[in-house]
Structures are given as C-alpha cells and as structure tokens.
Design a protein around this ligand. Structure first.
Ligand code: GA4
Length: 330
C-alpha cells in the first residue's frame, strides 16, 4: 500500500480575511434557495430559473423511499466508525475506493474521509451492495425525472435528451459518501475566524449531482457576487446541482454552481452524492435545438472522456471548463 504523507493541520483552514469576504455580507439579504416540490406540477416552472440563477435547488416530495436513505446512512455510519485498517482495505482511491483527507491526486486535502464508487453494482463493497444499489437506483430515477422536466420546460425534444445519458448502460456516473468528522483543533482556529475546509470549493464535472446529508450544516454555495451562502441542512430533502456538462449542453444558460463544505468542530457530517454522468464516448456540446439563430457555441468540442481526463488533472478550485471555452473575438 502507498503511504500518503499527512498534511499539516494549518492546511485544513480557510484563513479569515479582513474584511471577511468569505461569508455573505450582513448588509445583503441572502437569497432563498429555490424549492421544487416534485409532487406539484406547477413547481416545475421554477426549475429552469433555478438552474439559470443558481445552478442549485432543493427538492421535496422526491419519491426516494426513506427506508433506502436510512439504511444506507446506517451502513455508512458503521463503515466510517470501523477501525482504519478495515477502511483502508478499500483504499487508497484510484480513483475509486476509500480516501482519507486526500482528495483527487493533485494535492487537495479536506477534513473528510470518503468512499468513492462507480455506479456499477459489481464494484460496490460486498456488505453495502444491496443498500447502495437501492439508493442509487432510486436517486438516479429522481435525477432523470428532473432532467426530463427541465427538457419539457425548455421545449426540448425528445424529453430524454439529458436523462438518456444517465440511463445509458455505459453512463459514467459516480457515487460518493463523505464523512466529515469533528475536528479537535477546530475551536482554536474558529476564534480567529478561520473555517475548517471539509471539501474545498469546486464545481462538479458531470451533468447533475444529487446530494443528501444528515442534519449537519457545512454546505455552502457561491453566489454570483462571489460571496458564500450557507445552505441550511435538511435531511428530508435532496439538493441538486448543475454540473459543468449541463452548463455546456445548455451553452452556458445553466450555471454549474461552485460549492464547498466547511466542517465542524463538534458534529459529524455525513453526505451521499450521486453524480450523474454521460457515457465516456459522448460528445458534450450545446444542444442544437436550444441554440438561437446566430448563437455560437461558447465551448470547444469535447467528449466526456476528454473532459474527465482533463478534470482529473486539475486542482479542486481550478476553473476546469475554462480550458474548453472558446475565445470569442470582440
Ligand atoms: C468533484 C466531484 C466528484 O466528487 C468527483 C471529484 C474528483 C475526486 O474526488 O477524485 C475530483 C473533483 C471531483 C474535480 C477535480 C479533480 C477530480 C478531485 C479533483 C481534484 C468524484 C469528480 O468527478 O470530480
């Protein structure tokens, strides 16, 4: 097994700056996170706007059975509470498997341990297999429903233009369970206004991400003005974010939201995220049916394989899509 060096503790803190630009200014009223009720047909009218304005929204009445969520959470809690030797048996991540503090392979760390899996049932850990499969299948169904409602609202034909990429047998989707343990050194740093990095700021490369967490705060999304908005936790709901690929397929209409997790001194945070991705060979480009006359693609052509390869060579906070943007002559 490869021994991964431990990063020094200071690296886990986002230093407070003066004035503190990492939080929402107290003078501005933080916007409200769009709420989509999947049981109410009229609710879908807000979907497109939510993807354009924030690239982020909350979903209630989502249809994912509570027992699937609870069973997976119970198994995940058990897994992360097991001795390091048991967990390390599934690591180091390459890119899948158990990881601790190291994220990706380019020097990012966070106060987090995780299990990263591809969504092929044969790759799920034996003792998790059934529960992960039930959960992922159900969450993927919800993600597809959302993508189809989006296509309806945008009058895109066929309505499975986006969802077929997740439903494809070759879909390159990923599932991740993150555990942010309490950090003993947190309180000293908190006094200085520093924040503990759980998972550093980034956008998700895929099409759509579906996140569920326990009732512990920590998730923050970046607003247009660059400020960070904390997302109040809600373990009964799901949070959806637009990924880079959906931003490209909508030629920049939808925003791939930058987000991060700040960890906590006293409470564990557990999140599970399904990242719906296309098959590796899929060409990711703006949908022709969506383009207006004279509208040009903002992006160079690429396949998901090319984008993924490039993305996995970046650091978390890098602007991954920047490499694929077209330089438009003014
Ligand atoms: C962010 C979204 C998913 O968690 C992930 C992450 C991946 C990893 O953890 O290995 C990456 C990150 C994510 C984007 C840039 C690269 C790759 C870590 C990293 C520094 C699984 C994914 O698909 O991209």
């Amino acid at each position: 097994m490869v021994a991964v060096p431990k990063p020094p503790i200071e690296q886990f803190f986002i230093k407070a700056t003066k004035p503190n630009t990492t939080t929402t200014s107290p003078l501005t009223i933080p916007p409200i996170i769009p709420l989509i009720d999947l049981s109410k047909p009229e609710s879908k009218h807000h979907l497109v706007k939510a993807c354009q304005d924030f690239g982020f929204f909350k979903v209630v009445n989502h249809g994912v059975p509570t027992k699937f969520i609870n069973k997976l959470e119970t198994e995940a809690v058990k897994f992360f509470a097991s001795p390091p030797s048991v967990k390390e048996h599934f690591g180091p991540p390459n890119p899948f498997g158990y990881g601790n503090k190291n994220i990706g392979r380019n020097g990012d760390f966070g106060w987090v341990e995780y299990l990263l899996l591809n969504t092929k049932p044969e790759s799920y850990p034996e003792n998790f297999k059934g529960v992960v499969n039930d959960y992922v299948t159900s969450v993927k169904k919800m993600a597809c429903e959302i993508l189809e409602l989006l296509a309806d609202e945008m009058k895109l034909q066929p309505r499975n233009v986006f969802s077929k990429l997740l439903k494809d047998e070759q879909s390159d989707s990923v599932f991740r369970v993150n555990h942010y343990p309490p950090c003993p050194e947190f309180h000293e740093n908190e006094k200085n206004g520093n924040k503990l990095v759980g998972f550093g700021e980034h956008t998700d490369p895929q099409i759509i991400s579906v996140l569920r967490s326990n009732n512990t705060s920590g998730l923050e999304i970046s607003l247009r003005d660059g400020s960070w908005m904390p997302v109040p936790p809600d373990s009964d709901s799901f949070f959806i974010n637009v990924g880079d690929s959906l931003q490209v397929m909508t030629n920049g209409r939808f925003k791939s939201v930058k987000h991060r997790v700040v960890a906590n001194g006293t409470k564990s945070r557990l999140s599970m995220i399904y990242f719906g991705g296309p098959p590796l060979s899929e060409k990711i480009a703006p949908l022709p049916s969506l383009m207006q006359k004279e509208e040009h693609s903002l992006y160079k052509e690429f396949t998901w394989f090319e984008y993924k390869k490039s993305a996995f060579n970046t650091r978390l906070a890098d602007n991954r899509l920047g490499l694929f943007e077209k330089i438009v002559a003014s």
